[in-house]
Design a protein around this ligand. Structure first.
Ligand SMILES: [Zn+2]
Length: 455
Protein backbone atom coordinates (compact mmCIF):
# COMPACT_ATOMS: atom_id res chain seq x y z
CA UNK A 1 0.00 0.00 0.00
CA UNK A 2 2.82 2.37 0.96
CA UNK A 3 4.59 1.71 -2.32
CA UNK A 4 1.46 2.36 -4.39
CA UNK A 5 0.77 5.57 -2.53
CA UNK A 6 4.37 6.64 -3.09
CA UNK A 7 4.21 5.93 -6.84
CA UNK A 8 0.91 7.80 -7.13
CA UNK A 9 2.39 10.77 -5.26
CA UNK A 10 5.50 10.69 -7.46
CA UNK A 11 3.41 10.64 -10.61
CA UNK A 12 1.25 13.51 -9.38
CA UNK A 13 4.35 15.50 -8.42
CA UNK A 14 6.06 14.89 -11.76
CA UNK A 15 2.90 15.91 -13.61
CA UNK A 16 2.68 19.04 -11.46
CA UNK A 17 6.35 19.87 -12.21
CA UNK A 18 5.85 19.33 -15.92
CA UNK A 19 2.77 21.57 -15.91
CA UNK A 20 4.57 24.34 -14.05
CA UNK A 21 7.50 24.22 -16.46
CA UNK A 22 5.19 24.34 -19.47
CA UNK A 23 3.71 27.49 -17.95
CA UNK A 24 7.22 28.87 -17.47
CA UNK A 25 6.80 28.77 -13.69
CA UNK A 26 9.23 27.82 -10.94
CA UNK A 27 8.93 24.12 -10.03
CA UNK A 28 11.31 23.98 -7.08
CA UNK A 29 8.67 23.80 -4.34
CA UNK A 30 5.15 22.81 -5.40
CA UNK A 31 5.88 19.29 -6.80
CA UNK A 32 7.47 18.33 -3.47
CA UNK A 33 4.59 19.90 -1.56
CA UNK A 34 2.09 17.83 -3.57
CA UNK A 35 4.13 14.65 -3.09
CA UNK A 36 4.38 15.04 0.70
CA UNK A 37 0.71 15.94 0.96
CA UNK A 38 -0.26 12.71 -0.81
CA UNK A 39 2.41 10.57 0.84
CA UNK A 40 3.67 12.02 4.14
CA UNK A 41 6.73 9.71 4.28
CA UNK A 42 7.57 10.41 0.64
CA UNK A 43 11.22 11.21 1.44
CA UNK A 44 11.55 7.72 2.91
CA UNK A 45 10.57 6.14 -0.41
CA UNK A 46 12.19 8.29 -3.09
CA UNK A 47 15.43 6.92 -4.52
CA UNK A 48 18.31 8.16 -2.45
CA UNK A 49 21.48 9.31 -4.23
CA UNK A 50 24.43 7.21 -3.01
CA UNK A 51 25.99 10.19 -1.28
CA UNK A 52 24.15 13.12 0.28
CA UNK A 53 25.87 16.21 1.63
CA UNK A 54 23.47 18.41 3.62
CA UNK A 55 24.34 21.98 4.56
CA UNK A 56 22.52 23.75 7.37
CA UNK A 57 23.07 26.55 9.91
CA UNK A 58 21.78 30.04 10.60
CA UNK A 59 24.08 32.01 8.32
CA UNK A 60 26.08 30.99 5.26
CA UNK A 61 24.28 27.79 4.28
CA UNK A 62 23.36 28.98 0.77
CA UNK A 63 26.92 30.18 0.14
CA UNK A 64 28.49 26.95 1.43
CA UNK A 65 26.02 24.70 -0.34
CA UNK A 66 26.60 26.49 -3.67
CA UNK A 67 30.36 26.49 -3.14
CA UNK A 68 30.42 22.74 -2.42
CA UNK A 69 28.18 21.93 -5.41
CA UNK A 70 30.20 24.18 -7.75
CA UNK A 71 33.57 22.73 -6.73
CA UNK A 72 32.26 19.17 -7.08
CA UNK A 73 30.88 20.03 -10.52
CA UNK A 74 34.19 21.63 -11.52
CA UNK A 75 35.89 18.40 -10.41
CA UNK A 76 33.75 16.39 -12.82
CA UNK A 77 30.98 15.14 -10.51
CA UNK A 78 27.37 15.13 -11.65
CA UNK A 79 25.62 16.84 -8.74
CA UNK A 80 22.00 17.59 -7.91
CA UNK A 81 21.43 20.64 -5.78
CA UNK A 82 18.53 22.75 -4.50
CA UNK A 83 20.69 25.89 -4.68
CA UNK A 84 18.13 27.86 -6.65
CA UNK A 85 15.08 26.46 -4.90
CA UNK A 86 13.48 25.94 -1.53
CA UNK A 87 15.43 24.49 1.41
CA UNK A 88 12.49 23.06 3.39
CA UNK A 89 11.23 19.49 3.01
CA UNK A 90 9.06 20.31 -0.03
CA UNK A 91 12.06 21.91 -1.78
CA UNK A 92 14.32 18.96 -1.01
CA UNK A 93 11.59 16.58 -2.25
CA UNK A 94 11.20 18.63 -5.46
CA UNK A 95 14.94 18.34 -6.11
CA UNK A 96 14.88 14.58 -5.57
CA UNK A 97 11.73 14.19 -7.73
CA UNK A 98 13.55 15.98 -10.56
CA UNK A 99 16.39 13.55 -10.16
CA UNK A 100 14.24 10.42 -10.14
CA UNK A 101 12.93 8.07 -12.81
CA UNK A 102 9.18 7.46 -13.06
CA UNK A 103 9.59 4.52 -10.64
CA UNK A 104 11.48 6.69 -8.16
CA UNK A 105 15.05 5.53 -8.78
CA UNK A 106 17.76 8.17 -8.38
CA UNK A 107 19.34 9.22 -11.69
CA UNK A 108 22.37 11.00 -10.21
CA UNK A 109 24.35 9.64 -7.31
CA UNK A 110 25.54 12.76 -5.52
CA UNK A 111 23.34 15.41 -3.90
CA UNK A 112 24.27 18.65 -2.16
CA UNK A 113 21.22 19.85 -0.27
CA UNK A 114 20.75 23.08 1.61
CA UNK A 115 18.48 22.32 4.56
CA UNK A 116 16.52 24.77 6.68
CA UNK A 117 17.22 24.14 10.39
CA UNK A 118 13.53 23.98 11.27
CA UNK A 119 12.94 21.28 8.62
CA UNK A 120 15.58 18.90 10.05
CA UNK A 121 13.04 16.53 11.60
CA UNK A 122 11.15 16.25 8.32
CA UNK A 123 14.30 15.49 6.30
CA UNK A 124 17.20 13.85 8.18
CA UNK A 125 15.40 10.78 9.60
CA UNK A 126 14.39 9.82 6.03
CA UNK A 127 17.48 10.76 4.02
CA UNK A 128 20.20 10.23 6.64
CA UNK A 129 22.78 12.42 4.86
CA UNK A 130 26.32 11.04 4.76
CA UNK A 131 27.63 14.46 5.74
CA UNK A 132 25.85 17.28 7.52
CA UNK A 133 27.71 20.57 7.51
CA UNK A 134 26.57 23.16 10.04
CA UNK A 135 27.89 26.69 9.55
CA UNK A 136 26.77 28.22 12.86
CA UNK A 137 23.74 28.46 15.15
CA UNK A 138 22.62 31.96 16.08
CA UNK A 139 19.40 33.64 17.00
CA UNK A 140 17.36 34.28 13.90
CA UNK A 141 13.72 35.01 13.08
CA UNK A 142 12.74 34.87 16.73
CA UNK A 143 9.03 34.51 16.01
CA UNK A 144 9.69 31.37 13.97
CA UNK A 145 12.85 29.86 15.41
CA UNK A 146 12.58 30.90 19.07
CA UNK A 147 16.08 30.56 20.53
CA UNK A 148 19.25 28.63 19.76
CA UNK A 149 18.47 25.94 22.37
CA UNK A 150 15.29 25.12 20.51
CA UNK A 151 17.05 24.91 17.13
CA UNK A 152 19.93 22.75 18.43
CA UNK A 153 17.38 20.44 20.07
CA UNK A 154 15.55 20.05 16.75
CA UNK A 155 18.70 19.37 14.72
CA UNK A 156 20.20 16.96 17.25
CA UNK A 157 16.91 15.07 17.56
CA UNK A 158 16.77 14.64 13.78
CA UNK A 159 20.35 13.53 13.09
CA UNK A 160 20.95 9.78 12.91
CA UNK A 161 24.18 7.91 13.64
CA UNK A 162 24.89 7.45 9.93
CA UNK A 163 25.66 11.16 9.43
CA UNK A 164 29.18 12.44 9.83
CA UNK A 165 28.96 16.00 11.18
CA UNK A 166 31.18 18.77 9.84
CA UNK A 167 30.84 21.51 12.46
CA UNK A 168 32.09 25.01 13.09
CA UNK A 169 34.45 24.40 16.02
CA UNK A 170 34.60 28.12 16.79
CA UNK A 171 30.87 28.12 17.48
CA UNK A 172 30.38 26.45 20.83
CA UNK A 173 26.64 26.03 20.19
CA UNK A 174 27.10 24.46 16.75
CA UNK A 175 29.98 22.24 17.87
CA UNK A 176 27.71 20.54 20.42
CA UNK A 177 25.28 19.24 17.79
CA UNK A 178 24.54 15.54 17.39
CA UNK A 179 25.40 12.80 19.86
CA UNK A 180 28.34 10.56 20.76
CA UNK A 181 27.13 8.23 18.01
CA UNK A 182 28.11 10.78 15.34
CA UNK A 183 31.59 11.09 13.98
CA UNK A 184 32.46 14.79 14.12
CA UNK A 185 34.95 16.93 12.25
CA UNK A 186 35.59 20.51 13.35
CA UNK A 187 36.77 23.45 11.29
CA UNK A 188 37.57 27.04 12.20
CA UNK A 189 39.64 30.13 11.58
CA UNK A 190 42.70 30.41 13.76
CA UNK A 191 44.35 33.68 12.68
CA UNK A 192 43.26 36.61 14.78
CA UNK A 193 41.48 39.51 13.16
CA UNK A 194 43.05 42.72 14.36
CA UNK A 195 40.97 45.40 16.08
CA UNK A 196 37.98 43.25 16.93
CA UNK A 197 34.91 45.41 17.31
CA UNK A 198 33.75 45.74 20.89
CA UNK A 199 30.10 46.01 19.99
CA UNK A 200 26.97 45.91 22.05
CA UNK A 201 25.67 42.78 20.39
CA UNK A 202 24.26 39.98 22.49
CA UNK A 203 25.87 36.59 22.81
CA UNK A 204 23.81 33.47 22.34
CA UNK A 205 25.72 31.48 24.95
CA UNK A 206 27.30 32.64 28.21
CA UNK A 207 27.31 29.62 30.51
CA UNK A 208 29.02 26.23 30.27
CA UNK A 209 26.60 23.74 28.70
CA UNK A 210 28.17 20.97 30.84
CA UNK A 211 28.13 22.48 34.34
CA UNK A 212 26.51 25.91 34.17
CA UNK A 213 29.56 27.93 35.24
CA UNK A 214 30.16 31.19 33.32
CA UNK A 215 32.41 30.43 30.33
CA UNK A 216 35.92 31.89 30.16
CA UNK A 217 36.42 33.66 26.86
CA UNK A 218 39.82 33.19 25.22
CA UNK A 219 38.97 35.10 22.07
CA UNK A 220 35.75 36.34 20.52
CA UNK A 221 35.58 37.27 16.90
CA UNK A 222 31.94 38.32 16.84
CA UNK A 223 28.82 37.31 18.70
CA UNK A 224 29.74 33.96 20.32
CA UNK A 225 32.14 32.92 17.53
CA UNK A 226 35.58 32.35 19.04
CA UNK A 227 37.29 30.12 21.59
CA UNK A 228 36.09 29.48 25.13
CA UNK A 229 36.67 27.10 28.02
CA UNK A 230 35.14 26.40 31.40
CA UNK A 231 37.26 26.86 34.51
CA UNK A 232 35.01 24.62 36.61
CA UNK A 233 35.02 21.51 34.39
CA UNK A 234 36.96 20.26 31.37
CA UNK A 235 34.55 21.68 28.79
CA UNK A 236 36.26 23.69 26.04
CA UNK A 237 36.03 24.60 22.36
CA UNK A 238 36.96 21.48 20.38
CA UNK A 239 40.30 20.92 18.64
CA UNK A 240 40.08 21.81 14.94
CA UNK A 241 40.93 19.26 12.23
CA UNK A 242 40.62 21.98 9.56
CA UNK A 243 41.87 25.40 10.51
CA UNK A 244 42.74 28.49 8.51
CA UNK A 245 45.98 29.68 10.06
CA UNK A 246 46.99 32.67 7.93
CA UNK A 247 45.62 35.07 5.37
CA UNK A 248 47.65 36.86 2.70
CA UNK A 249 45.56 39.68 1.23
CA UNK A 250 48.31 40.79 -1.18
CA UNK A 251 48.53 37.36 -2.75
CA UNK A 252 44.78 36.78 -2.30
CA UNK A 253 45.34 33.41 -0.67
CA UNK A 254 45.15 31.71 2.71
CA UNK A 255 46.78 28.82 4.51
CA UNK A 256 44.86 25.90 5.91
CA UNK A 257 46.18 23.16 8.14
CA UNK A 258 43.99 20.15 7.42
CA UNK A 259 44.67 16.98 9.35
CA UNK A 260 48.41 16.41 8.67
CA UNK A 261 48.65 18.64 5.56
CA UNK A 262 49.33 22.35 5.18
CA UNK A 263 47.76 23.77 2.03
CA UNK A 264 47.40 27.16 0.37
CA UNK A 265 44.13 28.09 -1.32
CA UNK A 266 42.96 31.09 -3.33
CA UNK A 267 40.83 33.52 -1.35
CA UNK A 268 37.25 33.90 -2.55
CA UNK A 269 36.38 36.86 -0.35
CA UNK A 270 38.19 38.23 2.71
CA UNK A 271 35.04 38.91 4.74
CA UNK A 272 35.51 36.81 7.91
CA UNK A 273 32.11 35.13 7.57
CA UNK A 274 33.12 34.01 4.09
CA UNK A 275 36.43 32.68 5.43
CA UNK A 276 34.35 30.45 7.73
CA UNK A 277 32.14 29.45 4.81
CA UNK A 278 35.20 28.55 2.75
CA UNK A 279 36.66 26.54 5.66
CA UNK A 280 33.37 24.61 5.93
CA UNK A 281 33.39 23.82 2.21
CA UNK A 282 37.02 22.67 2.21
CA UNK A 283 36.43 20.48 5.27
CA UNK A 284 33.46 18.62 3.78
CA UNK A 285 35.01 18.31 0.31
CA UNK A 286 38.22 16.90 1.79
CA UNK A 287 36.29 14.43 3.95
CA UNK A 288 34.33 13.43 0.86
CA UNK A 289 37.61 12.69 -0.88
CA UNK A 290 38.56 15.61 -3.11
CA UNK A 291 42.27 16.36 -3.25
CA UNK A 292 43.64 19.80 -2.24
CA UNK A 293 44.50 20.30 -5.93
CA UNK A 294 40.89 19.72 -7.00
CA UNK A 295 39.62 22.09 -4.30
CA UNK A 296 42.17 24.76 -5.26
CA UNK A 297 41.19 24.56 -8.87
CA UNK A 298 37.48 24.71 -7.98
CA UNK A 299 37.94 27.68 -5.62
CA UNK A 300 39.84 29.70 -8.19
CA UNK A 301 36.84 29.58 -10.53
CA UNK A 302 34.35 30.72 -7.87
CA UNK A 303 32.90 33.98 -6.89
CA UNK A 304 30.38 34.63 -4.12
CA UNK A 305 26.81 34.63 -5.45
CA UNK A 306 26.32 38.18 -6.59
CA UNK A 307 22.94 38.58 -4.92
CA UNK A 308 24.83 38.48 -1.62
CA UNK A 309 27.91 40.56 -2.22
CA UNK A 310 28.98 42.73 -5.12
CA UNK A 311 31.29 45.67 -5.69
CA UNK A 312 32.01 47.96 -8.59
CA UNK A 313 33.63 51.32 -9.08
CA UNK A 314 31.89 54.32 -10.59
CA UNK A 315 33.78 57.56 -11.18
CA UNK A 316 36.68 56.23 -9.13
CA UNK A 317 34.47 55.49 -6.11
CA UNK A 318 33.44 51.98 -5.05
CA UNK A 319 29.82 50.96 -4.59
CA UNK A 320 29.44 47.86 -2.42
CA UNK A 321 26.23 45.87 -2.39
CA UNK A 322 25.86 43.85 0.80
CA UNK A 323 23.03 41.58 1.88
CA UNK A 324 21.73 42.25 5.40
CA UNK A 325 19.00 39.77 6.24
CA UNK A 326 16.12 41.13 8.27
CA UNK A 327 15.15 39.27 11.44
CA UNK A 328 18.66 37.89 11.55
CA UNK A 329 20.49 40.05 14.11
CA UNK A 330 23.93 38.52 13.62
CA UNK A 331 23.81 38.73 9.81
CA UNK A 332 22.76 42.37 10.05
CA UNK A 333 25.35 43.19 12.71
CA UNK A 334 28.04 41.58 10.54
CA UNK A 335 26.94 43.59 7.51
CA UNK A 336 26.97 46.81 9.57
CA UNK A 337 30.43 45.99 10.87
CA UNK A 338 31.73 45.11 7.42
CA UNK A 339 30.77 48.63 6.43
CA UNK A 340 32.73 50.01 9.40
CA UNK A 341 35.82 47.94 8.51
CA UNK A 342 35.76 48.71 4.78
CA UNK A 343 38.17 51.22 3.31
CA UNK A 344 37.05 54.83 3.09
CA UNK A 345 36.99 57.92 5.24
CA UNK A 346 33.67 59.31 4.07
CA UNK A 347 31.25 56.48 3.58
CA UNK A 348 27.64 56.91 2.60
CA UNK A 349 25.32 53.99 3.26
CA UNK A 350 21.82 53.32 2.01
CA UNK A 351 20.20 50.80 4.34
CA UNK A 352 17.04 48.98 3.30
CA UNK A 353 16.11 46.36 5.88
CA UNK A 354 12.95 45.21 7.66
CA UNK A 355 10.69 46.36 4.87
CA UNK A 356 7.29 45.47 6.25
CA UNK A 357 4.11 46.60 4.62
CA UNK A 358 2.36 45.94 7.91
CA UNK A 359 3.63 48.71 10.17
CA UNK A 360 2.37 46.96 13.30
CA UNK A 361 4.81 44.06 12.93
CA UNK A 362 7.01 43.43 15.95
CA UNK A 363 10.40 45.21 15.89
CA UNK A 364 12.03 43.33 18.81
CA UNK A 365 14.77 41.91 16.60
CA UNK A 366 16.21 45.38 15.99
CA UNK A 367 17.23 45.32 19.66
CA UNK A 368 19.32 42.19 19.11
CA UNK A 369 21.23 43.97 16.32
CA UNK A 370 24.38 45.93 16.95
CA UNK A 371 24.09 49.41 15.44
CA UNK A 372 27.22 50.73 17.14
CA UNK A 373 29.32 50.09 14.00
CA UNK A 374 27.42 53.01 12.43
CA UNK A 375 28.86 55.32 15.10
CA UNK A 376 32.27 54.98 13.43
CA UNK A 377 33.47 58.40 12.20
CA UNK A 378 34.28 56.96 8.75
CA UNK A 379 30.51 56.61 8.15
CA UNK A 380 29.37 60.14 7.48
CA UNK A 381 25.90 59.60 6.04
CA UNK A 382 23.28 56.95 6.74
CA UNK A 383 20.12 56.82 4.69
CA UNK A 384 17.43 54.41 5.82
CA UNK A 385 14.79 53.53 3.24
CA UNK A 386 11.43 52.00 4.09
CA UNK A 387 8.73 52.36 6.73
CA UNK A 388 10.95 51.73 9.76
CA UNK A 389 12.95 54.97 9.65
CA UNK A 390 12.05 56.14 13.13
CA UNK A 391 12.77 52.72 14.64
CA UNK A 392 16.23 52.78 13.07
CA UNK A 393 16.88 56.29 14.41
CA UNK A 394 16.00 55.14 17.93
CA UNK A 395 18.27 52.09 17.63
CA UNK A 396 21.11 54.20 16.23
CA UNK A 397 20.83 56.71 19.06
CA UNK A 398 20.82 53.97 21.73
CA UNK A 399 24.11 52.71 20.24
CA UNK A 400 25.70 56.15 20.15
CA UNK A 401 25.26 57.06 16.49
CA UNK A 402 25.11 60.79 15.77
CA UNK A 403 21.51 61.57 14.76
CA UNK A 404 22.65 64.39 12.45
CA UNK A 405 24.14 61.99 9.92
CA UNK A 406 20.90 59.99 9.58
CA UNK A 407 18.24 60.57 6.95
CA UNK A 408 15.10 58.46 6.58
CA UNK A 409 12.63 58.15 3.75
CA UNK A 410 9.77 55.75 3.23
CA UNK A 411 10.37 55.52 -0.52
CA UNK A 412 13.26 53.15 -1.24
CA UNK A 413 14.13 54.89 -4.50
CA UNK A 414 14.09 58.31 -2.87
CA UNK A 415 17.09 57.24 -0.75
CA UNK A 416 19.37 58.06 -3.68
CA UNK A 417 18.20 61.70 -3.72
CA UNK A 418 19.77 62.10 -0.27
CA UNK A 419 23.22 61.02 -1.46
CA UNK A 420 25.75 63.79 -2.05
CA UNK A 421 28.35 62.20 -4.37
CA UNK A 422 30.81 65.07 -3.86
CA UNK A 423 30.78 64.49 -0.10
CA UNK A 424 31.59 60.74 -0.09
CA UNK A 425 34.51 58.53 -1.11
CA UNK A 426 32.63 55.23 -1.07
CA UNK A 427 29.05 54.00 -1.18
CA UNK A 428 27.27 51.03 0.34
CA UNK A 429 23.85 49.57 -0.23
CA UNK A 430 22.75 47.21 2.53
CA UNK A 431 19.60 45.40 1.56
CA UNK A 432 17.20 42.74 2.64
CA UNK A 433 16.99 39.34 0.93
CA UNK A 434 13.48 40.30 -0.21
CA UNK A 435 14.62 43.55 -1.78
CA UNK A 436 17.13 42.22 -4.33
CA UNK A 437 15.34 43.76 -7.32
CA UNK A 438 14.77 47.08 -5.54
CA UNK A 439 18.41 47.15 -4.46
CA UNK A 440 19.54 46.69 -8.08
CA UNK A 441 17.35 49.61 -9.11
CA UNK A 442 18.70 51.76 -6.27
CA UNK A 443 22.22 50.85 -7.38
CA UNK A 444 21.44 51.90 -10.97
CA UNK A 445 19.99 55.21 -9.75
CA UNK A 446 23.02 55.78 -7.55
CA UNK A 447 25.43 55.15 -10.43
CA UNK A 448 23.53 57.64 -12.54
CA UNK A 449 23.69 60.22 -9.76
CA UNK A 450 27.44 59.75 -9.30
CA UNK A 451 28.07 59.95 -13.05
CA UNK A 452 25.98 63.10 -13.36
CA UNK A 453 27.87 64.71 -10.47
CA UNK A 454 31.16 63.93 -12.25
CA UNK A 455 30.14 65.66 -15.47
ZN1 LIG B 1 31.79 23.63 32.92
Amino acid sequence: MGKIRFLAALLAAKTCGLGLRLLGRNASYLPGKVAIKLCPDFLGHIGRPETIIAVTGTNGKTTVSNMVADILTASGYDVINNGLGSNINAGVASTLIDNSTITGRAKKQLAVLEVDERSSLKIYPYLEPDYIVCTNIMRDSVTRNANTDFITYIISSAVTARSRLILNGDDIICSGLGSDANEKVFYGVEYRTGGAHQGTELKDITYCPACGQELEIEYLRYNHIGRVHCSACDFRSPALQYRITALDRDQACFTMVQRDLTETYPMVNDNITNMYNTAAAIAVLSEFGLTPEQIRSGLSSLHIVSSRFDRETVGGKPITMQLAKSWNPVACSRAFDYLRCSEGKKKTAIVMIDYMVDHTENVCWLYDCDYSAFADPSITRLIFGGPRGKDHIVRCMIDGVDKDKIVTTEDLFDTVNHVDPSDADSFFILYDLYLVEEAKKVEALLKKRIEEANQ
